[in-house]
Design a protein around this ligand. Structure first.
Ligand SMILES: NC(=O)c1ccc[n+]([C@@H]2O[C@H](COP(=O)([O-])OP(=O)(O)OC[C@H]3O[C@@H](n4cnc5c(N)ncnc54)[C@H](O)[C@@H]3O)[C@@H](O)[C@H]2O)c1
Length: 254
């Protein structure tokens, strides 16, 4: 059971069906929130009275607007938005495809913009403050080979977080970002296969390399990231806004 209490708060978690997003959904539920799980695909649905599943592509403006309306009709309010949905693509810049750049920017950068825009309008009108938490990455602070579009998109998320934090501060809406390091999810497992192939290494060798780079000696579980998201969703972070918090086991310190 979590110490952070968000009882009765209504949260939207994008990309909430898998990986880090799923851990965030579970943590927010544990802390008492009502959660709208937004994803472009679901495999299993275990509905309860505190959970709502909405199929949405965060990169599509009309779908995002409709999603926000569905949440407010169902739960009657919104308090927390977690912009977690994301994708990655790997290649050397000189070999990369323009369409892959567009896909990554559409989901990771435009998706955060669209969800924030429609939820912020609602939060401002509601007039009771709120919390927006954007999942960036340590790739939002550093460069990594093979990840041109992803690194660009995650830097965009951090820049956008600062602007939105400034614009919404008067409304007592806190906007912060979390910058995870290496987290054991499907995205990371796929990256090890694709990145390994591009570098002539197998996925297991990349995994060993990953572990050796983390000062705390292990990669992250999705729950490690969810713990910090719950803190940012709670009243205990009321005096923080515009920040990008590293959750990297010490891998990134800037
Ligand atoms: N795994 C890592 O090591 C790591 C590190 C740093 C940051 N991140 C970030 O954390 C977030 C979650 O990553 P993850 O590792 O859990 O990935 P994942 O691939 O395991 O899960 C991502 C989820 O987002 C959903 N999604 C993708 N595109 C979507 C769209 N257009 N609309 C709605 N939902 C969509 C997917 O269906 C999936 O459920 C991403 O923003 C990712 O960039 C991950």
């Amino acid at each position: 059971m979590y110490y952070m209490d968000v009882t009765g708060k209504v949260a939207i978690v994008t990309g909430g069906a898998h990986g880090i997003g799923k851990a965030i959904v579970d943590a927010l539920l544990d802390c008492g929130a009502l959660v709208a799980v937004v994803d472009r695909k679901f495999e299993t649905l275990q509905t309860t009275d505190r959970l709502l599943y909405i199929q949405t592509d965060v990169a599509k403006s009309d779908q995002v607007e409709e999603m926000v309306q569905t949440v407010t009709e169902h739960f009657g309010r919104i308090d927390i938005l977690v912009n977690n949905a994301g994708i990655s693509s790997m290649d050397y810049v000189v070999d990369s495809k323009e369409e892959d750049w567009d896909k990554v920017m559409d989901v990771n950068a435009k998706g955060v913009y669209l969800c924030s825009k429609f939820v912020s309008r609602y939060l401002q009108a509601q007039g009771e403050g709120g919390k927006i938490i954007n999942i960036s990455s340590q790739a939002g602070k550093n460069g990594y080979r093979l990840m041109g579009s992803y690194v660009a998109s995650k830097h965009a998320v951090l820049g956008f977080t600062k602007v939105l934090a400034l614009e919404l501060a008067k409304d007592q809406i806190n906007v912060n970002a979390v910058c995870p390091g290496i987290v054991e999810t499907d995205m990371k497992r796929n990256e090890r296969v694709i990145g390994g192939a591009l570098r002539g290494l197998d996925a297991e060798a990349i995994k060993e390399e990953d572990f050796s780079q983390v000062p705390l000696g292990r990669t992250a579980a999705p729950q490690d990231i969810a713990n910090v998201v719950v803190f940012l969703a709670s009243k205990y972070s009321d005096y923080m806004t515009g920040q990008g918090l590293n959750v990297t086991g010490g891998m990134t310190m800037n």
